[in-house]
Design a binder for this molecule. Structure first.
Ligand code: G3P
Length: 221
């Protein structure tokens, strides 16, 4: 499973990229708002992220609401850098826009996916990536991982004539990451805090403290 980082924060992206484990970045309007960015700076910000992660897919989300506007905005976003992927929320208008953008060679990440039928339609329309939101399904009392498993199995049962990867999104914890990998998700997009929690383990911390204490004894012997 590949790791994407789910953030629009440049420092977080730089640090995660420095680990050498990063395969891409996903952003959305909420994540951009969290950076304190203004509308006028949005496209420049996406260019900066694309520059930090040269060669890796960077999802920039369209906020358009009609097919024609999505195609226009998607075409503009895709032209910002060769590694920009256009993110569209699944709906009738976005399926039609995905179909048109894919025909132009623009990669689309279909987001806000919560069911296998939505995912199957996204794949058929031409989406390159499909993003089921695990945590938000858990939030309303259902099983996000079970839903992800259904989506992975259903989508990967078929050939679409183009590559389709499932991105486990709305990931909140190392447990989600483990489960996403066991369910066969191609990618997990993980917020920086959860990514750091994936690195840490209490027994690693405890073990390191013991190594340091024992090494101190060796130095003083
Ligand atoms: O990639 C989707 C993600 O940003 C949504 O996460 O935690 O807001 O449900 P969350």
């Amino acid at each position: 499973m590949k790791f994407f980082i789910d953030t629009a924060d440049l420092d977080e992206i730089r640090e995660a990229a420095s680990w050498g484990c990063l395969a891409g970045v996903t952003t959305n309007p909420s994540l951009y708002a969290r950076t304190g960015g203004r509308l006028a700076d949005f496209e420049d910000h996406m260019v900066r992220i694309a520059g930090i992660c040269e060669g890796l897919p960077v999802s920039a989300e369209s906020t358009a609401t009609t097919t024609q506007e999505m195609i226009a905005e998607g075409t503009r976003l895709a032209a910002l850098a060769p590694n920009v992927v256009v993110k569209l929320p699944v709906c009738d208008a976005a399926l039609a826009a995905t179909h048109a953008l894919a025909a132009q060679g623009v990669e689309v990440n279909m987001t806000l996916v919560f069911s296998a039928p939505q995912a199957l339609l996204a794949a058929r329309a031409g989406a390159r990536y499909i993003s089921p939101f695990i945590g938000r399904i858990d939030d309303i009392g259902y099983d996000g991982i079970a839903c992800l498993e259904e989506i992975v199995r259903a989508v990967h049962n078929y050939d679409y004539g183009h590559e389709v990867e499932i991105i486990a999104a709305s990931v909140r914890s190392p447990h989600h990451v483990t489960q996403a990998a066991l369910m066969g998700a191609d990618i997990a997009t993980v917020p920086f805090g959860a990514l750091k929690n994936c690195v840490r383990h209490p027994l690693t911390v405890e073990g390191l403290a013991k190594f340091e204490a024992d090494w101190e004894k060796v130095r003083n012997a």
